[in-house]
Design a protein around this ligand. Structure first.
Ligand code: PLP
Length: 361
């Protein structure tokens, strides 16, 4: 099978197979993966300290810098930085294990959420996707008297871009003593909320009983997982027995956190671009696309041939992702096209994509 080769960092214009594409794929929503400040930081740290410290026997200035910047970014006492965002749900669910009895999990949650639930060893029950009534019914049907629930879900679902109905979940959980709400915020880190702290900030739910795990590998353009919180909470969830993030990627991640703190307008530009693109596709008939600042969405349904649509766009030099049914979480029958919007896309690029799709469907 011949695969297309990506030959430059992910950006609004990306080199693929020797051709410059209008690029609407992936998760680099601020196009930071190739940002000169991140690349300089990565090169300098690698030259000075090598690829990694092998183990975290001693504190390391580069790893500490990420955790210090992350604590500033999230307005918390502390943060824990570990080797992959994928592990974040495992850390939350294992670290919080003494504080809950049963996990309730959105049925379309990311793979890492299910893996984390399995690793916790706790009884786990699914509830219907993004459905507060289903959560209420499942809680009533599952919990024995005195049992403490923990509800976990993606904050933003990675295919549809739908935001989980967390305020409704939070309200429902008020009927249960010591209930916990955990969010996999991989796609919201740096993106949602005035300060980019994620879905809980965006929905005004930060506080007692609400937790999230994030990643620095997507919007931040660096690499690795991040969880922020109080000192005692961070001690509870910290990963043991794994090598830390390579130092070049760590230094880039620290730089990205400080860059996004210094340039909050980048988030406004991203939100404006996202709303602009989503409004255009809704007008075209994709009415399920949510009107939120989430910088990605999918085209699905209507009996359209999405694989052919992706191939035709590719021939025109426009890269979008086709996902077949079952190819990722939440992909409906007939497959879907996932479109990612960057803060660096021009309106002309978005207009051309919209025009191209409207001709092809
Ligand atoms: C919802 C969700 N959670 C977790 C992850 C894993 O994050 P990372 O790639 O930083 O390991 C992803 C990555 O694709 C994701 O989409």
């Amino acid at each position: 099978m011949v695969m297309s080769l990506m030959q430059s960092p992910p950006a609004a214009k990306t080199l693929i197979d020797g051709t410059e594409f209008d690029y609407f794929c992936g998760t680099g929503y601020f196009a930071l993966h190739g940002h000169p400040d991140l690349i300089d930081a990565a090169c300098q740290a690698t030259q000075q300290y090598g690829l990694g410290p092998a183990t975290r026997t001693f504190d390391h200035p580069v790893l500490l810098a990420v955790e210090t910047q992350a604590a500033r970014f999230f307005d918390t006492d502390a943060a824990h930085y570990y080797v992959s965002g994928y592990l974040g749900n495992t850390l939350l669910l294992k670290g919080l294990a003494p504080d809950y009895d049963v996990i309730l999990i959105d049925s379309e949650s990311h793979y890492s959420v299910f893996d984390g639930a399995a690793a916790s060893g706790k009884p786990t029950v699914r509830f219907a996707h993004a459905d507060p009534d289903a959560l209420r019914d499942t809680l009533r049907a599952t919990l024995k008297p005195g049992q403490r629930p923990l509800v976990i879900t993606d904050g933003i679902f990675p295919t549809s871009g739908r935001i989980a109905p967390l305020p409704a979940y939070h309200q429902i959980l008020k009927d249960y003593d010591q209930a916990l709400l955990c969010v996999d915020d991989a796609h919201a880190t740096g993106v949602l909320g005035e300060k980019g702290q994620g879905t809980l900030e965006y929905l005004g739910l930060q506080g007692e009983g609400c937790y999230s795990s994030g990643t620095l590998s997507k919007a931040l353009g660096g690499f690795g997982g991040i969880i922020a919180g109080s000192d005692s909470f961070i001690k509870k969830i910290a990963l043991k027995g794994a090598s830390p993030v390579p130092l070049g990627a760590a230094a880039a991640s620290a730089t990205a956190l400080s860059l996004l703190m210094q340039q909050p307008h980048l988030r406004q530009t991203l939100w404006d671009n996202a709303r602009y693109a989503k409004a255009a596709f809704r007008t075209m008939g994709f009415t399920d696309i949510p009107d939120t600042p989430v910088p990605f969405f999918c085209l699905s349904g209507g009996g359209l041939d999405y694989k052919t649509l992706q191939e035709e766009l590719h021939k025109q030099g426009r890269a979008v992702l086709y996902i077949p049914e079952g190819g990722y979480t939440e992909v409906p029958a007939g497959g879907a096209i996932r479109i990612a919007i960057f803060s660096t896309h021009t309106r002309a690029q978005i207009d051309c994509l919209v025009a191209a799709v409207s001709v092809l469907i």
